[in-house]
Design a protein around this ligand. Structure first.
Ligand SMILES: Nc1ncnc2c1ncn2[C@@H]1O[C@H](COP(=O)(O)OP(=O)(O)O)[C@@H](O)[C@H]1O
Ligand SMILES: [Mg+2]
Length: 389
């Protein structure tokens, strides 16, 4: 898509300017650095700097004066950060930290463990990344600029889209659909995998999907039916959905960590985890293991949340089962599994329940800026649709 490419190179250029400013400041401090490895890397970089400078000049010419949110520009080179030479860049990229944004918002402990960096190196790089992106206190209008830039993926039902704030699920956040068995969670996930591929005018964001399936309920047949109902070439649609079956909670955690490596390369704009908790629930049995389970789940959820923050063009959607509490006679007898861990992790939570026949009712449970409310949609062979009122 030519228009998208243009935007990326502009963004890249604008940010290079910001990074080079930080870089020259950091260079002055470089002599203070005691870390040998880091110092060697900086020396190695000197020659390449000249080449980079000429690239920057060309890039700057192309760039307009548009004040882009740096968080939108996810593609510029981490090599521009002081302290990131070839070796460190490789270490970081190998484990998926290929953008300045990803480094800026990852806790140093995780970066040290996953990329095998030294404490000092990690601290310095993270600091430089945050400086480059101006992460710190900002005014509400800057926050508003970012929020305005977020996009939405239609669920295919206008009613459900409206419940979600109009337009569907939002990028840059984590949305959870929870409900009992057969309430349509998996169907919605399939529908989003089709709709994310549509153009903006059609309710999508021209991106691809990554589907992490923990229950073995992913069905390409459903994608084919949904594509055909929308008059799309299903062969194309199937090619744009990347599938991974998670066989255990460990495997699921690893897949989410790994997916960082392909988000940019494969133009992934939707990550689905269907369902979030089933492996955790099956593997950690008994009260004694609950604390352990919640801790792991919490880390996993934060990995997912961070992804949605790293890539403002990416929507993360998870499903969750509900726990039956037959001893409850008042109020809703069901509640999401995972307890507070998930309640505090997901940005938007929607509870699904059965209506009559193929109808399903969605209820907004928790959203920072949306009213509570309900909407009705239907599950059909062609996918999610509105119900005629
Ligand atoms: N090919 C189909 N045609 C029509 N409806 C379907 C089809 N496949 C699934 N469904 C609907 O989806 C429901 C299952 O929903 P699903 O999303 O799998 O539930 P869960 O909430 O357990 O993930 C079925 O009960 C049925 O109503
Ligand atoms: Mg399901």
């Amino acid at each position: 898509m030519p228009t998208k490419k243009k935007k990326t190179s502009k963004a890249k250029a604008t940010d290079k300017k910001k990074i080079s400013a930080t870089k020259s400041k950091e260079k002055e401090d470089a002599t203070d650095v005691e870390d040998d490895e880091l110092f060697k890397e900086l020396l190695e970089d000197e020659d390449e700097d000249e080449d980079k400078k000429s690239e920057e000049v060309t890039a700057q010419k192309e760039s307009s004066e548009e004040d882009l949110d740096p968080r939108l520009s996810i593609k510029y080179n981490i090599r521009d950060l002081p302290g990131v030479g070839a070796t460190i860049a490789k270490k970081l990229c190998d484990v998926g930290y290929s953008t300045v944004n990803s480094i800026a918002i990852t806790p140093s402990k995780i970066l040290i463990e996953e990329a095998g960096l030294g404490d000092k190196t990690a601290a310095k790089i993270i600091h430089a990344a945050r400086e480059a992106l101006n992460i710190g206190f900002k005014t509400a209008d800057t926050v508003w600029e970012r929020r305005k830039s977020l996009a939405r993926i239609s669920t295919n039902s206008t009613d459900l889209d409206n419940l979600l704030g109009g337009g569907g699920i939002e990028t840059g956040s984590l949305t959870e659909f929870f409900g009992e068995y057969r309430t349509g969670k998996t169907q919605i996930m399939h529908q989003l995998c089709v709709n994310v591929q549509l153009s903006k005018a059609e309710g999508g964001i021209s991106g691809n999907a990554l589907y992490i399936d923990t229950e073995g309920t992913f069905r390409p047949e459903r994608l084919i039916q949904m594509s055909e109902a929308k008059g799309l070439d299903y062969r194309e649609v199937l090619k744009n959905v990347i599938y991974a079956r998670a066989y255990s909670s460990d495997h699921q955690i690893m897949l989410v960590k790994d997916c960082m490596k392909i988000i940019v390369e494969k133009n992934i704009k939707l990550i689905v985890v269907d369902s979030l908790i089933s492996h955790f629930r099956a593997e950690f049995i008994g009260r004694g293991t609950l604390a352990n389970r919640q801790q792991l789940l919490n880390l996993h959820l934060h990995d997912l949340l961070r992804l949605s923050e790293m890539y403002p063009e990416l929507a993360v959607v998870v499903t969750n089962q509900v726990q039956s509490k037959p001893d409850t006679f008042f109020g809703d007898p069901t509640r999401a599994t995972g307890g507070n861990v998930i309640a505090h992790g997901a940005t938007v939570r929607i509870y699904l329940r059965k209506g009559k026949g193929e109808q399903r009712v969605a209820k907004m449970i928790d959203a920072p800026n949306l009213p509570e409310g309900e909407s009705i949609f239907a599950l059909t062979e062609g996918g999610i649709i509105d119900v005629d009122h």
